[in-house]
Design a protein around this ligand. Sequence first.
Ligand SMILES: [Zn+2]
Length: 193
Amino acid sequence: MGARAGSVVAFRTGSNRTRDVVAYRIDARDSIIGVNDAWDAFARANNAPELAGTAVGLSVLDCITGVELGVLWRDLLARARTGVVLSLPYRCDSPGIRRYLELTITPHADGQLAFESVTRVAEARPPESLLAAPTVEGAAILTCGWCRRIWASEWLEVEEAVIRLSLLESDLPPINHGLCPECDRRVRAAAGL
Ligand SMILES: [Zn+2]
C-alpha cells in the first residue's frame, strides 16, 4: 500500500482516461482481505462512505445490494474460481459523473480472487441527485446495479428516467438495486456463464 492515491481528483480532471485502479482481494470464503487506498476514495465518491476504511473482513457479497445482483455475483465468483480471468465492463456513476469502468477478476491460489476496477471513461454531466439517494431494499425506484439505468416502464438513463417518473429534485425517493435483463445476459455471456 503506497501513499493515498489522488484518485478522486483524477476522476474530476475531465480526462477521458484515468489510470486509477481500485483493487481488492477476497479469500475463499468471500471475505475481503485487502483493499488499496483508491478503494476508500472510491467509496466516499460513490455514496458509500460506510465502506471506506472498514471493508476488510466484510463479505464482498455484503457490499452488493439487490437479490438478482447477488445471484449474478455468486455465479461470477464461482466462475472465476474455476481458473478463468473475467473482464467485465460496468457503469458506476456518481451524480455528476458518468463513469464507465472495467472490472477484472483474477483467480489466485487457495480460492482467493483479486479484483481490479479501472475507470476507462469519465464524463462530467449536470448532477443527477437521484444517484445519491439512499439505497433501501424494497424501494420502488429500481436502478440496475450494473449499468445504472433506472426502471421507468423501461430501462432508461437517469436523465430520462427522472423526467419520465416526474421526480422532483426536492423530493427524491430512495432507490433499490436490481439488474436489467440486458446486463444479466451480457455479463453472463462475457463470463462464459
Ligand atoms: Zn443494466
